[in-house]
Design a protein around this ligand. Structure first.
Ligand code: C2E
Ligand code: MG
Ligand code: MG
Length: 644
């Protein structure tokens, strides 16, 4: 026991609980008790005027001291009728006769107010087991008034009171932060309630209250700030974690709708982050309109939102909720440049407890279902089914590995020849990315590109491809022919990078190549979306005489009429048109005629047989690509086949 007698503002005294007398005190204690001498203080009788409440508390303390406990509490003392507040540390003290007395170490109120760690003064009261008030301390009456007669009037939330009764009935100490009705309105208190036996043998409930209103209000504001997404005002990820875990702890079933915007990255990248933010705010407004009062809407990440719906939705309800959200998102968003923007959403649905039993797992389930919705073509919703999360786990592993692929030199490039059928020679190559990872093996290029786009790594990867391909083109020109060119695939996302065209021009210069030596392959979708923009990368590529090919023509919008508006030089007809070539060539003939009329070149890819090659040649497709003419191969193959 550390007795800091020399410390001026620590008053120390020993109180004999049975005799209601102070038996020892230091000088500071004399001062605190407003006593002229040690003898005077020791002769004071504390029994007279001591309320029932205090008596009960002291008896409880005695039991606690016997168990070796130390109690810390704020006390309101009344030396000679003057109220003094002190923070007291109470512990047991064995008297000469073996009885347990109470050692009080009290710090004065001046010190207390400068120490925010210490809460308000303890407020004592005692009740019958049916909740009727027996007695309250002076401080209690000051706060609650003298008209209060029953706990029912005191508690703002009666379910808390029921819990309190249930606990005390079982002799369990009840502790909680509660909202109580005071003379000044509703205020927060920390409550400790325990059952006790009065002198007459009757049972009673003893209350210790501490005023924590200020702390609680600050805490709530802070929590609100910590739980709020600053852009949209929705609940943030931390807030959602709290609500989901609260439901799980209380075993309340719920459904999560994991909403991910389709096409948001494109808006952000092409129109800038400020516009992107505006769209996100608009999206959150639309979500709010469709919410029910008990729903919680969270902005979970960049363009990901999660709705927490309090009960397990059946399929019909999930259908209504998800379709409403998808419909509301589809309405156009206004753009400052007068052009309307469109967006859609993919939604994954997962339910607690049927799909998962903890926070991480339920989020993973909803995320996995959302990913399936994307895979199925976006703008739709999918309910979680067993095993779906393994797919998204793979994606997260791939994403992680992909970020180190350049550094670990795991990428390589394969070149597939493009043949001019009139001369029978290679006129160009298409560069195709390959990725071999130690852990994952050889990955499909389509999957790699898709994940690179989702994770934002695409720009870096394609810049690497560009530099490497131009380096190899210089070599291929030397070994095959000065006339060979290189077709490079560029993702729609990378195209919106304003530095892309400058990078291409600079790399051409560094490798002493001409703009005509390369062509950029873009998909139909990208070309159609970007066609109006004067400052677009496409416009700048064309202005700098770099050729543009429409890749996989026929798999996207497939509208021949659109071809008029596109500044492309080559149309690369997709291999799917080859399926019925032996029986029906009408469509291919049409495409070829139209493309030629528009002064573009038509190329057909995916040719696997000699027969296909011949028919296509007869239809006028002079430029051909496919396994029949040559599979994609690394540069070493060509160095070997065409030695200098
Ligand atoms: P793509 O641009 O349409 O490239 C042609 C794809 O068809 C290549 O697949 C090629 O190996 C395959 N192919 C060529 N001839 C035949 C054939 O006769 N039969 C069949 N069945 N397939 C043939 P790969 O290499 O798996 O690439 C797939 C896609 O990945 C490419 O389609 C392209 O869209 C994309 N890609 C590859 N490298 C890059 C890149 O650096 N950037 C971007 N954005 N995309 C790339
Ligand atoms: Mg291509
Ligand atoms: Mg293609």
């Amino acid at each position: 026991m550390s007795v800091k007698t020399e410390q001026l503002n620590t008053a120390i005294w020993v109180y004999d609980i049975d005799q209601s007398k102070i038996v020892w005190a230091n000088t500071a204690a004399l001062k605190l008790w407003n006593s002229s001498s040690n003898d005077e203080l020791l002769s004071r009788d504390f029994k007279t005027g001591q309320s029932e409440v205090i008596k009960e508390s002291l008896l409880n303390y005695k039991l606690a001291f016997k168990r070796g406990e130390v109690i810390e509490e704020n006390w309101s003392l009344n030396p000679k009728g003057q109220e003094v507040q002190a923070f007291c540390q109470l512990s047991g003290f064995e008297l000469e006769d073996g009885r347990i007395a109470m050692l009080v170490e009290a710090t004065t109120s001046e010190l207390m107010t400068s120490n925010p760690e210490i809460g308000g003064v303890a407020i004592l009261s005692i009740y019958r087991t049916d909740g009727k008030l027996i007695n309250g301390s002076i401080r209690f009456t000051k706060i609650f008034g003298n008209k209060l007669s029953h706990l029912n009037e005191m508690f703002c939330h009666h379910d808390v009171l029921e819990k309190l009764f249930a606990a005390t009935l079982q002799n369990i100490k009840f502790e909680d932060d509660v909202l109580l009705n005071t003379l000044n309105g509703e205020q927060w208190f920390k409550i400790e309630a325990s059952k006790t036996t009065q002198e007459d043998g009757n049972k009673a409930i003893l209350f210790h209250l501490s005023d924590i209103h200020e702390r609680k209000t600050v805490e709530q504001t802070l929590r609100q700030q910590a739980w709020e997404d600053s852009l949209t005002g929705l609940v943030n990820r931390r807030g959602l974690t709290h609500f989901v875990e609260e439901n799980i702890n209380n075993k309340i079933p719920f459904t999560l709708l994991y909403v991910d915007l389709d096409g948001f990255k494109m808006i952000n990248d092409s129109l800038g982050h400020a516009k992107g933010d505006e769209v996100l705010i608009e999206v959150s407004q639309r979500l709010k309109i469709n919410m029910k009062e008990s729903d919680i809407i969270c902005r979970f990440g960049g363009d990901e939102f999660i709705l927490l719906i309090e009960h397990a939705l059946d399929d019909d309800c999930a259908f209504i909720r998800c379709e409403t959200i998808i419909d509301s998102f589809t309405e156009t968003y206004e753009n400052a440049h007068g052009r309307d923007l469109t967006l859609s959403a993919s939604i994954g649905v997962a339910t607690y407890p049927s799909d998962a039993s903890n926070f991480e797992h339920i989020i993973a389930c909803a995320d996995a279902a959302m990913y399936h919705a994307k895979k199925l073509g976006k703008k739709r919703w999918v309910s979680y089914e067993n095993g779906m999360e393994h797919v998204s786990k793979r994606i997260s592993v791939i994403s992680q590995q992909l970020s180190f692929a350049i550094q670990k030199q795991e990428f390589s490039l394969y070149y597939q020849p493009i043949i001019n059928m009139k001369t029978g020679h290679i006129c160009s190559f298409e560069v195709l990315l390959r990725w071999k990872n130690d852990e994952l093996g050889l990955l499909s290029t389509e999957e790699t590109i898709q994940i690179a786009e989702q994770t934002g790594l695409i720009d870096e990867i394609e810049n690497w491809v560009l530099v490497q391909a131009l380096h190899d083109l210089v070599i291929l020109k030397k070994v095959i022919s000065e006339d060979v060119g290189m077709a490079i695939n560029i993702s729609g996302l990378h195209l919106s990078d304003p530095t892309l065209v400058d990078t291409i021009l600079q790399q051409l210069k560094e490798h002493k190549l001409q703009p005509q030596d390369i062509s950029i392959e873009l998909t139909e979708r990208v070309l159609f979306t970007d066609k109006n923009n004067e400052n677009s990368s496409i416009r700048r590529l064309v202005d700098n005489e770099i050729k543009i090919s429409i890749d996989d023509f026929g798999t996207g919008f497939s509208s021949l009429a659109y071809l008029y508006n596109i500044p492309a030089t080559t149309v690369k007809v997709d291999k799917s048109f080859l399926e019925s070539i032996a029986t029906n060539t009408v469509i291919l003939e049409c495409i070829h005629r139209l493309v030629t009329a528009l002064d573009m070149e038509s190329l057909i890819e995916g040719i696997e047989t000699e027969e296909q090659a011949k028919i296509l040649f007869s239809l006028g497709f002079n430029i051909q690509q496919g396994y029949f003419h040559g599979r994609p191969k690394p540069i070493e193959y060509y160095l070997h086949t065409y030695p200098l």
